[in-house]
Design a protein around this ligand. Structure first.
Ligand SMILES: Cc1cc2nc3c(=O)[nH]c(=O)nc-3n(C[C@H](O)[C@H](O)[C@H](O)COP(=O)(O)O)c2cc1C
Length: 169
């Protein structure tokens, strides 16, 4: 079956992609005594051996050039109580770190307090893709301790959601 090639309207494309539910992360790094971070939905696992993960970042991101310069980043997987954190790190130019508790990871990346889990990565590769960059990181450390938060922050159809507590088998 073949379909005619049509121009995809960006707002309809965004709405279509909104049907894919995901968690939310904040990608962080640290350069020149300054913590850096931005909210990122496009995180996913890539490889088990070696352990690789990836995210996509807008080419116009103010944070990413500094993350590239540092050569490393942490993936902060947000918990259900961190809607404010997600919104705060999605605002360019704002004081993203105001009122945020954090500490440095083994690689020297900020770990945001109250997150569900974290991964500490070195940049492994970067590929240009349209108006975004695909960044691949090699995981060098992770949260071995059970986090106190238990529920993830979910994003579906443009809205934050709760995880229903029952499992579907
Ligand atoms: C729920 C949510 C998910 C987002 N996911 C991404 C993403 O995957 N990649 C990206 O580049 N920006 C994403 N953003 C937008 C950035 O967080 C936002 O543009 C931020 O201001 C970028 O900051 P910077 O310019 O300081 O890097 C997302 C925003 C929200 C609210």
């Amino acid at each position: 079956m073949s379909f005619p090639s049509i121009a995809i309207d960006p707002s309809i494309f965004r709405e279509a992609l909104g049907h894919f539910a995901s968690g939310i992360t904040v990608i962080t790094s640290h350069t020149d005594d300054e913590p850096i971070g931005f909210t990122c939905q496009s995180f996913y696992s890539v490889s088990m051996n070696p352990p690789l993960v990836s995210f996509s970042v807008m080419s116009s991101s103010a944070s990413y050039p500094k993350i590239r310069q540092a050569g490393r980043f942490a993936v902060n997987i947000l918990s259900g109580e961190q809607v404010r954190i997600s919104n705060q790190f999605a605002r360019r130019g704002a004081d993203k770190w105001s009122g945020v508790e954090w500490q440095l990871s083994p690689l020297g990346n900020p770990i945001i307090g109250g997150n569900l889990h974290w991964l500490d990565c070195e940049i492994h590769a970067e590929h240009a893709a349209g108006d975004h960059l695909i960044v691949i990181g090699e995981v060098k450390a992770l949260n071995l301790l059970e986090a106190t938060a238990t529920q993830p922050l979910l994003y579906f159809k443009g809205q934050y959601r709760d995880l229903a507590t029952h499992c579907v088998t």
